[in-house]
Design a protein around this ligand. Structure first.
Ligand code: ATP
Length: 436
């Protein structure tokens, strides 16, 4: 098979790709690029198809949308568009060069017209992403790559395209951690020294907290986020992430600290049920580990402000906050719980992420039992059954149900609905309006 054969195989396997191969028989200057080429050459399935056109994108986008029956979204900022249908996505961009006027800010599109694919490749983050394959005729299948692009892919290493790369866009440090995690690649020696230099110059502090948050969430969404965090820790980037959107260094109350403890994070993740939030849990464990290692105690407002600065959605922010606040408290109390109903009374209503933190810190078996088993235990009867049997609605009714549930959790109420109803109707120690 030719060098670029795997890319055409990838395209033929998807409906968008097949449509693309037909359309580009008669369209000029279309190239498949970036992650699509990289992943196909590595034998992986690309997440989307990335295309670059040397010239206007409209004809390709409209042709693709019509043939592939996809919906089109144009993104004004860079003259790019996305065509999507079901799970498939094609990103189309006009070849461009970019200019970083202020380090850390988003780049300006420096030039669109007359830009070649070779120029476009040079604006990219790493050489392994600066590879393109021509789709249009004549010349379909021609491979173009920035210097070392193909060789670096074969050698499984990450190399920036120029020495100012991390200064121009420090989020590339986080992207590097993402590719280390996802692909298992390592930076080559010169790039490694540029990383060190950039971290030493604290370049990340020039980036908006929102951009850092976005990259951090992408990293945490990778299939092995622990190795992503290993990498951030190794590169010394956790401190910079903590400083993003945090307050002044002179006021310890307004400081946020992150620290890494792989084993604790692994223990916490091993407890996380499918309805839990992996990213929230990992951020929380870094905050908790840091708090245990130092005397900085971040107050609640500072923590929320920091998470808002990083643009964590409200639900995720609150999961992190409750895990950080409740997790360590629950760890000790949970260790003292004597029976399942005590575990339940401590943990019921708590965020699952807080329970995972408690388990990772101390009470792993109890946390696991709650998450896997006890929190799913329910009575077969409801308040309606008690009302139908003559109990007045009110606090006493709720108390009957909770006593019955506690008995059931402790294994003392077996036999299903009828047994539960008889027990709840006969509960004696009720302090309420409906005392029998
Ligand atoms: P993939 O690399 O699989 O497409 P991704 O989500 O990591 O996934 P995107 O963020 O979609 O990549 O970026 C697509 C391409 O755009 C990358 O392959 C890279 O060449 C380029 N790119 C993205 N962000 C940057 C950046 N900050 N600096 C330079 N190039 C970038």
């Amino acid at each position: 098979m030719s060098l670029t054969g795997p890319i055409f195989e990838t395209l033929r396997r998807s409906s968008a790709g097949a449509a693309l191969l037909e359309i580009t028989e008669s369209l000029a200057d279309v190239h498949v690029v970036g992650g699509t080429v990289r992943d196909s050459l590595l034998g992986l399935t690309p997440r989307e198809i990335d295309l670059v056109v040397e010239g206007q994108i409209d004809e390709l986008v409209e042709g693709l949308a019509a043939r592939f029956s996809g919906s089109v979204t144009y993104h004004d900022r860079f003259g790019t568009a996305t065509v999507e249908v079901d799970q498939e996505r094609v990103d189309v961009a006009q070849a461009r060069t970019e200019l970083y006027r202020t380090p850390g800010d988003l780049p300006e599109v420096n030039q669109l017209s007359g830009v070649s694919i070779d120029d476009d490749l040079l604006r990219r983050d790493f050489t392994i992403n600066a590879i393109a394959v021509q789709l249009s005729q004549p010349g379909r299948g021609t491979l173009r790559a920035a210097s070392n692009g193909y060789e670096d892919l074969v050698a499984r290493q990450l190399r920036v395209l120029h020495d100012d790369s991390f200064r121009d866009d420090p989020t590339r440090l986080l992207r590097l951690a993402r590719y280390v995690t996802r692909l298992g690649f390592e930076p080559e020696p010169h790039t490694r020294s540029l990383v060190k230099e950039a971290v030493g110059q604290e370049v990340m502090r020039k980036v908006s907290a929102a951009r850092i948050g976005a990259e951090l969430r992408l990293l945490l969404a990778e299939s092995d986020p622990l190795s992503g965090l290993d990498c951030l820790d190794r590169l010394g980037l956790l401190e910079d992430i903590a400083s993003a959107a945090a307050g002044s260094k002179t006021d310890p109350q307004s400081l946020v600290e992150l620290a890494w403890d792989r084993q604790r994070a692994k223990d916490a993740l091993s407890l996380l049920p499918v309805d839990g939030d992996k990213a929230a849990l990992l951020v929380a464990i870094c905050l908790v580990v840091a708090a245990r290692n130092s005397d900085v105690s971040t107050d609640l407002d500072t923590l929320r402000t920091w998470l808002d600065g990083l643009e964590f959605p409200t639900r995720q922010r609150e999961a992190i906050v409750s895990a950080v606040i409740d997790g360590p408290l629950l760890a000790d109390r949970l260790a003292e719980a004597q029976c399942p109903s005590e575990i339940a009374s401590l943990l019921s209503g708590k965020a699952v992420e807080a329970v995972c933190i408690a388990g990772a810190l101390r009470s792993q078996d109890r946390a696991r039992r709650w998450l896997a088993e006890l929190r799913h235990v329910k009575l077969e009867i409801t308040g309606d059954d008690l009302v139908a049997a003559g109990i007045e609605p009110g606090p006493g009714l709720g108390k009957r149900l909770s006593i019955a549930l506690a008995r059931k959790l402790d294994g003392e109420l077996r036999g299903g609905r009828a047994v539960e109803l008889a027990f709840a109707l006969n509960v004696r120690d009720i302090q309420g309006d409906d005392d029998p």
